[in-house]
Design a protein around this ligand. Structure first.
Ligand code: OAD
Length: 238
């Protein structure tokens, strides 16, 4: 079998077994927090400290967690695919860096990255350690108090959409894993792939909101189902 071009979409479930909360599962983040208050521009403008505190908690908890077998398997697939003439596009909705820490080299973070800040004023994006606060200044323009997490909030456009749709349009296979399919634009990728005639598969703990749109589905924990699928793909590619 030819390796081909695979477009992979991942969501919060892939990091669940590393110890990071998902959003919509029982006990998930959106059960504990009001989305509008902590993850929207309106919430930030109303109470920036509260929003920064929410992301500081995320930043602190993310430092302690480690990639799991699913992250490692996708990194292994990327490494195995190029020498076989194939191409992997790994697009994640996750703002953690567990794909990179597992060894994935090119990751599109369509909802941004927790480890970066963006100046609300000049738009400069930089990596940032430590807690975010209103006392911090932008290294580029010097403004104090305008550094926000480099994450996409509700009502904001996801990042890198041109690159994403270009890769999706050229894919031979679309695989969605560990995402509920509840948030557009990512939730619309399966329909876009289908209408372009691209085979689609989901790997999830349970059927996602748009499970009916996938040609194939495998259900199980990401740490088991993803490595099993990757091993099969590498074997098939020879
Ligand atoms: P959700 O919390 O909506 O969905 C998590 C999915 O992971 C569900 O379908 C679960 O069944 C599945 N899941 C949970 N544990 C799993 C495991 N161990 N193995 C495999 N699957 C598992 O998270 P997302 O779909 O990623 O956006 O959410 C999409 C976006 O909504 C996020 O990027 C975030 C959120 O609001 C922003 O903040 C902009």
């Amino acid at each position: 079998m030819q390796a081909g071009k695979i477009f992979l979409l991942t969501g919060a479930g892939i990091s669940a077994e590393s110890g990071l909360s998902t959003f919509r599962d029982k006990g998930g983040l959106w059960e504990q927090y009001n989305i509008e208050e902590v993850a929207s521009l309106r919430g930030y403008e109303a109470n920036p400290s509260k929003v920064l505190e929410f992301y500081n908690l995320r930043r602190n908890s993310h430092g302690d967690v480690k990639p799991n077998a699913a992250h490692f398997a996708l990194a292994e697939l990327e490494a195995a695919w190029a020498p076989r003439g194939g191409e992997i596009t790994l697009c994640t909705q996750n703002i953690d860096n567990l794909h990179e820490r597992a060894g994935s080299r090119r990751v599109i973070h369509m909802h941004g990255e927790l480890g970066k800040v963006r100046c609300h004023d000049c738009g400069d994006i930089t990596a940032a350690d430590g807690d975010l606060s209103l006392a911090l200044g932008c290294a580029a323009c010097g403004r104090i108090g305008g550094l926000r997490p480099h994450v996409v909030w509700f009502g904001e456009a996801p990042l890198e959409m041109d690159a994403i749709f270009e890769a999706l349009a050229g894919a031979d296979l679309f695989v969605s894993t560990a995402t509920s399919g509840a948030v557009y634009r990512a939730a619309g990728f399966v329909a876009a792939a289908r209408s372009a005639g691209i085979p689609t598969m989901e790997i999830n703990l349970e059927p996602s909101d748009n499970a009916g749109l996938f040609d194939l589905a495998r259900y199980g924990k990401a740490s088991e189902a993803v490595p099993a699928w990757v091993a099969e793909m590498i074997k098939l590619a020879g």
